[in-house]
Design a protein around this ligand. Sequence first.
Ligand SMILES: Cc1cc2nc3c(=O)[nH]c(=O)nc-3n(C[C@H](O)[C@H](O)[C@H](O)COP(=O)(O)O)c2cc1C
Length: 352
Amino acid sequence: MLYRALRPLLFGIDPERVHEIAMSALAAVEALPPATPFSPTPLVRNLWGLHFPNPIGLAAGFDKNARLPHVWPRFGFGFAELGTVTALPQPGNPKPRLFRLAEHHALINRLGFNNEGANAVARRLAQSLRRPATVPLGINIGKSAVVDLADAAEDYASSYRQLAPFADYVTVNVSSPNTKGLRDLQAVESLSPIVGAIRGVELPQGRAHPPLLIKLAPDLDDGALRELADFALERDIDGLIATNTTIGRPGIVNQTETGGLSGRPLAQRSNEVIRLLRRHSDARIPIVGVGGVFDPDDAFAKIQAGADLVQMYTGFVYGGPSAPRRVATGLARRLEAGGFASIADAVGSTCG
Ligand SMILES: Cc1cc2nc3c(=O)[nH]c(=O)nc-3n(C[C@H](O)[C@H](O)[C@H](O)COP(=O)(O)O)c2cc1C
């Protein structure tokens, strides 16, 4: 209610500035004693040996520098993906680079992985995670802008070496539209050496590798998606995240800003990609569904299409602090109404 009242005011301010203000305000909350995760029984999910109190997570890009790992469960999130972090610190693209399309419930961003770099983020997490997180934390890694595509494997491996010790899972992001050439790394020939270099990293104290996920673009054609699902099975990739933002502008006219579109207009393609990946892999690869989740029906649609977990970014911006808990609560009701005893029973139920 409060957020709804404040929203017109906040939406009158530059969106990136609002984000910075919100992150600074939340820094005080980070120091509070841990919140009990929101976990109604049917929403519990166990995956990759991890306990997810509920399947609604914060999508990558919101907490790029892993400043607030303890805050996200307070909003009802059952997990959070931090990053994208790159091996080298970088400022990102010139501002303005984040735009609201309020009438479409969408955002366009061309931030370009603005972040403090793997070393600084690892040092921050070494400090903050002395107090263990109460929900699983993924860390999303991307390619440094100044590094050639040909040298991407070592760049990803460098981020991985520094950050994997703090991650419950690691996501290889090869799908942001805002780093030149990045999405070309989704070609199996390019992805293969990246996965090889990451798997070759020796973690300190003989620590086991966390689950490895790959995040995909919605703009890939279906043939490329099938190849990637095959690749994931062959190389024992633990999960796929579908999807990143789109360079398409479905249903949107008179919009000239470049960058990745997120929010409502992305939901349909994201669901198609989830369904295709699930069918093509015979449900053998867990899928994290993301793109246009605003309410419980959106989350349920993704789960029924084949998502084991769901994330939200734009829906959190538009819906405010109560949105994740509202989505999770409504999801539990829909499971009950549909006669599903647990989330796991509903995954892929409309996938065919
Ligand atoms: C402002 C903004 C920044 C983002 N930054 C990242 C990022 O750093 N890494 C990443 O993998 N995805 C990033 N994303 C994509 C989201 O994680 C998500 O895949 C996409 O926005 C679709 O979900 P949504 O419709 O719920 O926003 C970003 C999205 C937005 C809107």
